[in-house]
Ligand binder design. Sequence first.
Ligand SMILES: CC(C)(COP(=O)(O)OP(=O)(O)OC[C@H]1O[C@@H](n2cnc3c(N)ncnc32)[C@H](O)[C@@H]1OP(=O)(O)O)[C@@H](O)C(=O)NCCC(=O)NCCS
Length: 231
Amino acid sequence: MTDTPAYRVAPGADIAEDAQIGEGSSVWHLAQIREGAALGRDCVVGRGAYIGSGVRMGDGCKVQNHALVYEPADLAEGVFVGPAAVFTNDHFPRAVNPDLSPKSASDWDPVGVTCERGASIGARAVCVAPVRIGAWAMVAAGATVVKDVPPYSLVAGVPARRLAWVGRAGEPLQPASDGTDAWVCPRTGEWYIPDETTGGLQLASTPVTDAPRATPPEDPETPASEEEPRA
Ligand SMILES: CC(C)(COP(=O)(O)OP(=O)(O)OC[C@H]1O[C@@H](n2cnc3c(N)ncnc32)[C@H](O)[C@@H]1OP(=O)(O)O)[C@@H](O)C(=O)NCCC(=O)NCCS
């Protein structure tokens, strides 16, 4: 790993000159970060991952090994993109025009995947743009997402459908025992209620205080285990 004052880059990573990488971030071997991409603080981009031109990533995002985040994706803070997940950008893809001439940038309109704060995308999931993954929603491994996912939904399958509600801690929520339409996180005790504007849930109790972020390791050659791409 090459140590810079602000962030770390493993050998073989390919980062465009005008890409912005936030302080405390790590970019692993053979990852590619394209022109104009902007990553927040404390992000991790795993081995062989691709971050497209102009993609925005908020603080604390993790893009795991071999995930492909094609532009114009937009990731809020704390988004997890699992290994080999794909964010598409061409809804009706063709290599060529009807006359078999090569398609240029002006021959198609890119569409993007938007991930709201804290959302997680499971391993090898495909998000077919244009689509919005709501705040703290979770997409199961291998799912194919073809329509918007409301906040706090846990979706799975092809096409992805909601299996359950999930809280900020990542655990499925349980119905409240008081007979209301509220949901409770068994781990944190947080309460959630339906949100008519999004079709998902919203947090209805005081948020459980988040743990402080781990401090970066002293030695860039031996990164802390929590900073390693996990898969
Ligand atoms: C979706 C997920 C969170 C569900 O976990 P869970 O709550 O423990 O779910 P269960 O194993 O109890 O399964 C509940 C149901 O969902 C189904 N299911 C679980 N995971 C599924 C998946 N990935 N795709 C389709 N269906 C799935 C199960 O078959 C089961 O169906 P049934 O009730 O008809 O038997 C988990 O399976 C998953 O995919 N996690 C993502 C892992 C990942 O990609 N991590 C990335 C870092 S490596």
